[in-house]
Design a protein around this ligand. Structure first.
Ligand code: GLC
Length: 649
């Protein structure tokens, strides 16, 4: 009865054969396309590899003399390239075609702690609109990889490079977040903590149990002889919170090198297994959609007896190899070096024009010198520092910032200060007293960090707003003082935007967040005063960003205006000529910028008194970009803590 569905045997066979042929054809086409695609991808990889192969091999052999480990590295690089998703590959290609993409005037960064900002990764994703309102198109997500609670150094002690801290989300959440950011034109930066692992990392656990293979990935010593030799030349990073560079492990009967906290074990990059595995971690993470990799504590990654174990030539070999590896596998990714050192040590991390290392570096001396200028009201040293930076090749991109998650180390040009009779030790003391609010005409609030009773050295912690006087004025309900503090805060941002490079805001600064003293109640944080400026984002306050009558609204509005000007005016591109101008007033800084026929002068008054900048630009009329007022660029009167952006008409 089921005649309709009936087919004779012959017919069925014929149909089956035809179907089989069709399937095979489709299958052939499909696999043909897949195979072709794979071939094309392999060719692309090969083409990029060819560009760097000889130099990469040369450097690798110089350090490791190990052919098979080099071959393994190349194989894995290829595997990571094949795994890289299409969207990221397209991004890579467009960036390869426009290698200066990050040197425009539209880049504005913000660094934030995921939990403080929005609870977890999904939370950050839901707050991207706010980030856009801040005109930010690059976010630095502070360390989010797995780390033991209470022994994390703010996430800089990583126990698993391939796992997100559970409270913050998952690797899938990270991929979703980076994709959502990319849709909005936002770049994502993360830390790659390559100098050390947490003592809870599986390598460390195995090493502690006496597994030689893993012990060789760290620096293990069964007696104090070599550690004591190292201690003779290696300075201390945390002299009070974590003195010494070695930790005794009673259960293992060994010392292990720990330049930072005792639970952060230094990795031994003499071992090619360490280098290779860390490069695989690096590529794994960039494949999750990371655009900017901040190489944490990079100067420390190579150790050598009888040296300071900082900035050794092998560090540069490693960074150069990383640059080539990323140009081969993920050319859209930028390397940002964390080199918190004096300028002559920082600049070599850019490499050379032919053999570049990092794409970007922190402008740390300028940052510290800025706060010195706030405390002294004397722009001389800052002018000199800016002149040094301005003379560097335009390819070098600096990240400019007022505050970050770390302390301020007072790394100033003491040679110059000493010619004026200002001694290093007494000046550091003055700056620390000033910013704690004890000395000079100070309105600042904050705390010391790692005060070393032996050297007398101490660093400083506090938010931008607190250092500018917003905390004190708020506490004292002093409106005039608040007005002054807001002016100083805005002026400092205006000046930062005028520097060459990319400005990075510290999350919360856009709404003037003050110090958070609650870390003292948490025994896991109390000893580390950096937590004073790592408070949670105050969203209740942020609700006022559009209300110009509030401190929050004033700051947010003014910063927004400056950010829009910076993005609009081409004299702000990284490659613009930048120079300083003598103003004949010790408190007024003048920076000039010129690009393709457009010229802008920025004038910044670092004192609480009205001043006149005795510049003498008689080449015609200028317009002040904030007020729209026409002005001359000579004998310019500037109010206390005021500033102007004068554009030549
Ligand atoms: C970097 C981080 C700092 C951390 C250190 C150790 O300097 O900025 O916060 O303590 O590395 O990883």
């Amino acid at each position: 009865m089921q005649m309709e569905g009936y087919m004779g045997k012959g017919e069925a066979m014929e149909t089956g054969v035809k179907k089989g042929q069709k399937d095979r054809k489709a299958w052939k086409e499909q696999t043909g396309t897949a195979a072709r695609k794979k071939l094309e991808e392999t060719e692309k990889f090969q083409e990029r590899l060819n560009r760097h192969h000889d130099e990469l091999r040369w450097l690798y052999m110089e350090l490791y003399e190990n052919d098979s480990m080099f071959a393994e590295l190349l194989e894995n690089m290829k595997a990571f390239w094949l795994e890289r998703n299409e969207a990221l590959k397209t991004r890579d290609e467009s960036r390869e075609a426009d290698s200066g993409w990050y040197r425009q005037n539209d880049m504005l960064g913000m660094m934030l702690y995921i939990d403080n900002f929005a609870g977890n990764m999904k939370g950050v994703e839901s707050r991207l609109d706010y980030i856009e309102k801040c005109n930010v198109n690059y976010i630095h997500l502070m360390p989010f990889l797995d780390t033991p609670e209470g022994r994390s150094d703010g996430g800089y002690a990583v126990s698993d490079f391939r796992k997100v801290q559970e409270k913050l989300g998952t690797m899938e959440d990270l991929e979703d977040l980076t994709a959502a950011c990319h849709d909005k034109g936002i770049n994502v930066c993360m830390d790659f903590v390559m100098n050390h692992t947490s003592e809870d990392h599986e390598w460390a656990k195995k090493a502690r149990r006496g597994d030689g293979e893993y012990m060789s990935r760290y620096f293990f010593y069964d007696n104090a002889y070599l550690p004591s030799l190292y201690e003779k030349t290696v300075p201390q990073v945390f002299p009070t919170t974590a003195p010494g560079n070695f930790t005794w492990l009673p259960d293992a009967g060994h010392f292990v090198m720990t330049s930072f906290y005792p639970y952060q074990w230094d990795l031994n990059y003499r071992n090619p297994r360490v280098f290779n595995e860390m490069m695989y971690n690096f590529l794994y993470l960039t494949n999750k959609g990371i655009d900017i990799v901040r190489i944490d504590a990079v100067p420390y990654i190579w150790k050598e007896l009888n040296t300071q174990c900082r900035n050794l030539p092998q560090v540069h070999t490693i960074v150069r190899m990383m640059r080539m590896i990323s140009e081969i596998v993920c050319p859209g990714v930028l390397l940002l070096g964390e080199v918190v050192m004096e300028p002559e040590k920082v600049v070599p991390y850019f490499g050379t024009v032919e053999k570049p290392e990092c794409h970007m570096l922190y402008n740390v001396t300028t940052m510290a010198t800025t706060w010195h200028t706030v405390a002294t009201r004397d722009v001389k040293l800052l002018k000199k520092q800016l002149d040094i930076v301005n003379l560097l090749p335009k390819d070098y991109v600096f990240l400019n910032y007022l505050r970050c998650h770390d302390d301020i180390g007072w790394g100033l040009d003491y040679g110059t200060l000493e010619t004026e009779g200002i001694g290093e030790r007494s000046h550091k003391k003055y700056l620390n007293d000033y910013f704690q609010g004890y000395a000079g005409d100070s309105n600042s609030r904050g705390e010391l960090y790692n005060a070393d009773p032996v050297t007398g050295d101490a660093r400083f912690c506090g938010t931008t707003a607190s250092m500018c006087g917003i905390e004190k004025a708020g506490f004292e309900q002093d409106e005039a003082a608040m007005e002054r503090a807001v002016r100083l805060d805005v002026m400092l941002h205006a000046y930062m935007f005028m520097q060459s490079g990319i400005p990075v805001l510290y999350s919360g600064d856009e709404i003037g967040q003050v110090n958070d003293y609650s870390y003292k109640d948490n025994p896991l944080k109390a000893a580390d005063s950096r937590y004073i400026h790592r408070g949670a984002m105050n969203w209740a306050q942020a609700a006022n960003i559009a209300d110009g009558d509030t401190v929050v609204g004033k700051l947010f509005g003014k910063l927004g205006q400056l950010e829009r000007i910076r993005k609009r005016e081409k004299a702000f591109v990284s490659g613009a000529d930048t120079w300083t101008v003598e103003t004949w007033d010790s408190s007024v800084l003048c920076i000039g910028r010129y690009y393709e026929g457009e010229k802008i002068y920025g004038l910044f008054n670092f004192s609480e008194f009205d001043k006149t900048a005795w510049i003498n630009e008689t080449d015609g009329d200028y317009v002040e970009l904030i007020s729209g007022r026409e002005m001359k660029a000579c004998g310019v009167d500037i109010p206390a803590y005021g500033f102007y952006y004068l554009k030549k008409i």
